[in-house]
Design a protein around this ligand. Structure first.
Ligand code: ADP
Ligand code: ZN
Ligand code: ZN
Length: 732
């Protein structure tokens, strides 16, 4: 009787053996199929890893699987191997890795019945009807207005708009809209959508396209380092075109907040092929369909966020990772993979080129380029004659700030608006104020569950913790001394919005942050409004920093970026530089010159100076030299072992025991800690970390292996949880 080796979604790093389910013929069993198996007192969906002849367990004690759930493997050989590779690399339980690679529907025993995909478009009558004419049916009016702005509306948009599918049917009954059928076919069938005009490439773009295109059909990793507005997207579009012409499929990864309807439409307009989006906003059914169509070779272009790296393809010919430095590519819990790094691995497995693009590449990627592992392609000029913005540092020491803004900045904004242009004010902190303090006794509004302050949200009259989501009503008296004089210390975007609106009452002030864009639709409306080009002030967090193309923004103001310069994390300077350059890159992207003002208390800081005087490429290379000197990643390799518990000493003792399992320290592998995590208490749990640093990757993996064995054999007490983070991107 064959033995089945199965990956089970559970916290254990081992594989489990089962006997075949009753009635299954040996020839029906193939690795990559899903099996229903008994596990403890549960039934779980596992993945068949291998069919073998014997087991290390006494076969009399093996249980039979309950059922074979697939006729064909759900995970093909490539993805099955990738999952096993990633489980080893990230030291994460194999069952959980493989399960996370699957669309949610396939993780369950019985996929629920699929809802028919639905999509609507406008009729001629609908185009000719003003939404106001539907006064008595406000929901229909809203949907009609949306249909007049975009060619197709699907279920996800209806949800965002807060209307039921019945409303769409009502519009159809009135002859104003009509069902457009299946989401994927609709995009493809509408070949007239491919009307996007392609500009003539400039010499730098042409060079980049040629270099990558020459490598189609074999593995070749590239880093495209192109200043903001240099036309990287145009390079992607040309390469996708060539990839499709070879009969292959293309995968484009974008950061979580980069997959906007604007981005999708930009791709959709260029190709007559269907563009398939895979992101968290889809229903499970939509996601599964996209996944299946990619696997069957019908979806030719797939654009997705992090987890789209696990999409199966019939003939993958090109992978593009846009804004490759973006932190959203690294999963921050559970299976802590980096989609960017897995993209390079998948390109190698599929013998195809991979293009990592950014104006501010991660130091890891630059290092790989310097070592010759990636071929470096550069776009040093903005496309289409746009000029780089001029950047100046404004010294705010000993200057009066009004709600965080200096008079100089306000004057610049005033001039910008008077000239008919738009200004963007960036502050990476939402809410009204990050600190509430009593003027009488000095009381501070702290979170009860975290080592953190509560943020004031004036509009909702709330205090909110941005780390654990705790919410309290905004007090009107100090809870300690009952003094009514409570002070708001420091600005957040909500405060800036109010202050700017007071100062410029005749212009709209638009805030873009997580609080104002809780639905995709709200974000789209805001963005479209700005793109109409009337003078206005935009206020926002890093949601504004990425990818947006606002041709009428000529002034960008950056507030309070100093924090990153003094961060405990050695990556603080890199992050600060990337953010500054990305935000600054929103200025002057079209024919109007741009100006960037950075308010700072430390205008002489070498990091800021080098960035402003020499630009990101020189700045990043200086940081690399520093990392080399200190033997920090990307020189050498690191992993972070985290533990949290209801008491700090439990977490620390657990990590100390893991460290002891490593044996005496050696020059090739150092373990630092256990240390309390920078924010030790979060959501009521105490957190500690152990940092491993090695010169060679193999030493890191050998150490982690020993450490995980020790971790699994210890009984975790007091609700202790622990996890391993290979190539961590932060210390928390
Ligand atoms: P990036 O992604 O590098 O920030 P984009 O691809 O968004 O830059 O390009 C910025 C702007 O320049 C876009 O409006 C784009 O249409 C335009 N553009 C790109 N390439 C060219 C070109 N070769 N000639 C003229 N305009 C171009
Ligand atoms: Zn008080
Ligand atoms: Zn909290």
């Amino acid at each position: 009787m064959p033995i089945l080796e199965v990956a089970i979604p559970c916290p254990l790093r081992r594989r489990f053996d089962y006997l075949p389910p009753a009635g299954a013929e040996p020839h029906q069993l193939q690795p990559g199929q899903r099996l229903l198996v008994p596990f403890g007192n549960r039934r779980v969906v596992g993945l068949l890893l291998a069919v073998k002849d014997d087991s290390s367990v006494d076969t009399a004690r093996l249980k039979p699987a309950l059922a074979l759930l697939d006729e064909q493997p759900t995970l093909d050989a490539e993805l099955l191997a990738l999952g096993q590779w990633a489980a080893r690399y990230y030291q994460h339980p194999i069952g959980d890795c493989l399960q996370q690679m699957l669309p949610a529907r396939l993780r369950r025993e019985k996929p629920p019945r699929e809802e028919p995909p639905a999509l609507w478009r406008l009729t001629e009558a609908g185009a000719a009807t003003a939404p106001e004419a539907l006064k008595r049916a406000p929901q229909q009016a809203r949907l009609l207005a949306l249909l007049q702005r975009q060619p197709l509306v699907g279920r996800a948009e209806l949800r965002d708009l807060g209307v039921a599918p019945g409303i769409a049917r009502a519009l159809c009954d009135k002859g104003l809209a009509t069902p457009a059928g299946d989401i994927w076919q609709a995009n493809g069938a509408d070949a007239s959508a491919a009307t996007g005009h392609a500009p003539t490439l400039n010499a730098e773009q042409q060079q980049a396209v040629t270099a990558v295109a020459d490598s189609l059909g074999r593995f070749a990793p590239f880093l495209l380092e192109g200043v903001t507005g240099s036309g990287k997207t145009e390079v992607y579009l040309r390469l996708i075109e060539q990839c499709l012409a070879r009969g292959q499929q293309a995968l484009v990864l974008v950061p979580e907040i980069g997959l906007t309807p604007q981005t999708l439409q930009r791709f959709q307009r260029r190709f007559s092929e269907p563009v398939t989006a895979l992101h968290s906003g889809l229903s499970e059914g939509e996601r599964l369909r996209g996944w299946q169509r990619a696997r069957d070779g019908e979806a030719r272009i797939v654009i997705g966020t992090r987890s789209a790296i696990f999409t199966p393809f019939k003939a993958l010919g090109l992978i593009i990772v846009d804004e490759e430095h973006d932190l959203s590519y690294k999963q921050q819990d559970g299976f802590r993979y980096s989609a960017r790094d897995l993209a390079v691995k998948r390109a190698a497995d599929n013998h195809c080129p991979v293009l990592l693009g950014s104006a501010t590449p991660a130091l890891e990627s630059l290092h790989n380029a310097e070592r010759g592992r990636y071929q470096l392609l550069r776009l040093q000029h903005r496309a289409g004659g746009a000029k780089p913005p001029s950047v100046s540092l404004l010294d705010t020491r000993e200057r009066a700030l009004q709600d965080g803004l200096s008079e100089q900045v306000l004057t610049h904004i005033d001039d910008t608006l008077a000239a008919g242009n738009q200004a963007l004010v960036f502050l990476n902190r939402r809410g009204f104020s990050p600190v509430l303090q009593c003027h009488g006794c000095g009381w501070l509004a702290d979170c009860r569950h975290c080592d953190a302050r509560l943020t004031v949200h004036v509009g909702r009259r709330q205090l909110r913790c941005h780390h654990c989501d705790a919410v309290e009503p905004l007090p009107s008296l100090c809870p300690q001394c009952h003094n009514p004089q409570l002070e708001y210390r420091g600005p957040g975007t909500e405060r800036l919005e109010m202050a700017l609106q007071r100062r410029f009452p005749q212009y709209p002030v638009r805030r873009i942050d997580r609080d104002t864009t809780s639905t995709k639709h709200a974000m789209q409306t805001l963005v479209e409004d700005v793109r109409e080009g009337r003078p206005c002030v935009l206020v926002g967090t890093q949601m504004l920093a990425k990818g947006h193309h606002f041709p009428d923004v000529t002034t960008v103001v950056i507030l309070d970026i100093d924090g990153g310069l003094f961060s405990a994390d050695y990556r603080g300077a890199e992050r600060c530089g990337q953010l500054l350059v990305q935000v600054a890159g929103r200025a002057g992207r079209a024919d109007k010159p741009g100006r960037v003002l950075v308010q700072t208390h430390c205008p002489e800081h070498p990091v800021l100076r080098s960035l402003v005087d020499h630009g990101y490429p020189a700045f990043a290379r200086a940081l690399l030299a520093e990392r080399q000197l200190m033997q920090l990643p990307p020189f050498g390799h690191a992993a972070l072992v985290r533990a949290d518990a209801s008491r700090l000493d439990s977490a620390e003792q657990f990590l100390a025991a893991l460290k002891a399992a490593l044996g005496p320290p050696t020059p090739v592998c150092q373990a630092i800690g256990p240390l309390p995590a920078p924010m030790t208490r979060k959501a009521g749990r105490y957190r500690a970390v152990l940092l491993l640093q090695t010169e060679r990757r193999a030493a890191l993996h050998a150490a982690l292996q020993r450490l995980c064995d020790a971790g699994e054999s210890r009984r975790a007490t007091g609700g202790l949880r622990w996890s391993v983070d290979v190539d961590p991107v932060d210390m928390y």
